[in-house]
Each structure stands twice: as structure tokens, then as C-alpha cells.
Design a protein around this ligand. Structure first.
Ligand code: Z5A
Length: 213
């Protein structure tokens, strides 16, 4: 099968780590072992430096919404051009922990940045590059935040209000409903059930890809 770019998306604490494990298990089962893993923001020295800047609150300066958006895109374009596209070109499958949908949901929905600006930026920076499949893990914001809180110290974005995460989730849901390449998974259920659904959805998609080729 030709290489593909698979992305896992969702609110903080949605369970992306375990979802990626399911995707990897399926790929191995199908004999696909040439895998590259990415996370956003991050994945190159520049993008990791931007990740630190994005996640940490600055002492004397408030990061503006548009500056934040541009940092996410700077990190993304660096990752796409220097890691993702070359990996796909040499036949590897790329598994992404977040990609452009995060900006559409967090900066578009959460921060309320207008859709026109987001679309322009997307079109200029990424052109027609997009994932072959996105698994969107959907869950109520308080549940995701609860899981994240139990685990670590919250970063600059994680301390946003519940209203911010509700808007982010609503935008995720809206975008997922409008795009056949985004599969929504109910991530509010117990881990074993979520994992089983991910495994079967992904297997179904993989089988469809195999038949198409
Ligand atoms: N962001 C943005 O605003 N715009 C963008 O364009 C991009 C990102 C790309 C990245 O931070 C932040 O940047 C993120 C979005 C924003 N901020 N927020 N908020 P990150 O990379 O550090 O954080 P993250 O991507 O949200 O990762 P995470 O915190 O690790 O979330 P996760 O991967 O979904 O969580 P997990 O580690 O898989 O699971 C969390 C815990 O829940 C863990 O203990 C699991 O065992 C448990 N879990 C998972 N599933 C279940 C179920 N089903 N039941 C019970 N417990 C479960």
C-alpha cells in the first residue's frame, strides 16, 4: 500500500496516546512497519523550540491570539516540509499526534479567530497537503480536563476556561461532521471500549485502502 498520513486529534486528555497504540498495532498486523511518529507542535528542533514558547506563559508579555496561531503554523510547516513529506516520499507511514485540525478547533473555535484568516493561512502554508485519515476522539471538555489534571501540571493553554474548551470541542465536531476523512470516536467510554472501536474503525479503513489499490 502507498504511504499514508494518519492523524489522531482531540481535546487534551482525550486518549490520543492509547489511540496511536491501536493504530500502530493494526499497521503491524497488516505488515506495515515503516512508521514515522510526529507530534504538533514539535518534531523538529525549530518546532520543539516553538512548542516550549507556546506552552509556557511568559512573565512580562501576553502572547496574542494571532501570534500564537502563527507559531503553530511556523512549527507545522517546518514539520511538514522537513519530516512528513520526505517520510511519505520514501514510503513510510506517518502517524501524527495532532495536525492542522487542532488549529482549526483551538484557535478557530476556542480563541474565536475568524475562519477566513484560518483558511487563508492554511491555503498559503499547507496548500493542498492534508492527512489521509484523521481519528477525532470526542469527549466532553470537563472529562478531558479531569484526565489531564490528574496527570500533570497544566500548561498555558490547559489553564483556559471551560467555555474555551467547549468552543474548541464544538468546532471539532462541526469540522468532523463535514469531512468524510475525519472519523469521530466516542472517547468518553471506558478505555477498552474506546480502543476496540478505534481498532475496528481503523481496520475497516485499512481494508478499504487495500481494495482501492
Ligand atoms: N494546540 C493548539 O492550540 N493548536 C494547534 O494547532 C496544536 C495544538 C497543534 C499541545 O499540548 C497543546 O497545544 C494542546 C492543544 C494545543 N493543549 N491543550 N489543551 P500537548 O501536546 O502537551 O497536549 P495534548 O496533545 O493535549 O496531549 P495529552 O495531554 O497527552 O492528551 P492525550 O494524548 O489525548 O492524553 P493521553 O495521555 O492519551 O490520556 C490522558 C490520560 O487519560 C492518561 O492517563 C490515560 O491513561 C487516560 N485515559 C485515556 N483514555 C481513557 C479512557 N477512555 N478512560 C479513562 N482514562 C483514559
Amino acid at each position: 500500500m502507498n504511504s499514508k498520513f494518519i492523524v489522531v486529534e482531540g481535546l487534551d486528555g482525550a486518549g490520543k496516546t492509547s489511540a496511536i497504540e491501536q493504530v500502530v498495532a493494526s499497521l503491524h498486523y497488516h505488515g506495515i512497519n515503516n512508521l514515522v511518529f510526529t507530534r504538533e507542535p514539535g518534531g523538529t528542533p525549530l518546532a520543539e523550540a516553538l512548542r516550549k514558547l507556546i506552552k509556557k506563559a511568559m512573565e512580562y508579555e501576553q502572547i496574542t491570539d494571532r501570534a500564537e496561531l502563527l507559531m503553530f503554523y511556523a512549527a507545522r510547516v517546518q514539520l511538514v516540509e522537513s519530516i512528513i513529506k520526505p517520510a511519505l516520499a520514501r514510503g513510510a507511514w506517518v502517524i501524527g499526534d495532532r495536525h492542522d485540525l487542532s488549529s482549526q478547533a483551538y484557535q478557530g473555535g476556542g480563541r474565536g479567530i475568524d475562519k477566513k484568516l484560518l483558511k487563508t493561512l492554511h491555503d498559503i502554508v499547507l496548500k493542498n497537503f492534508s492527512p489521509h485519515l484523521t481519528l477525532y476522539l470526542d469527549l466532553p471538555a470537563p472529562m478531558g480536563l479531569g484526565r489531564a489534571l490528574a496527570r500533570e501540571k497544566l500548561d498555558r493553554i490547559e489553564v483556559e476556561s471551560l467555555a474555551f474548551f467547549n468552543r474548541t470541542r464544538a468546532r471539532y465536531q462541526e469540522l468532523a461532521a463535514a469531512d468524510a476523512r475525519i472519523v469521530t470516536i466516542d472517547a468518553s467510554r471506558p478505555l477498552e471500549q474506546v480502543s476496540a472501536t478505534i481498532r475496528s474503525c481503523f481496520e475497516q479503513w485499512l481494508n478499504a485502502q487495500e481494495t482501492q489499490q
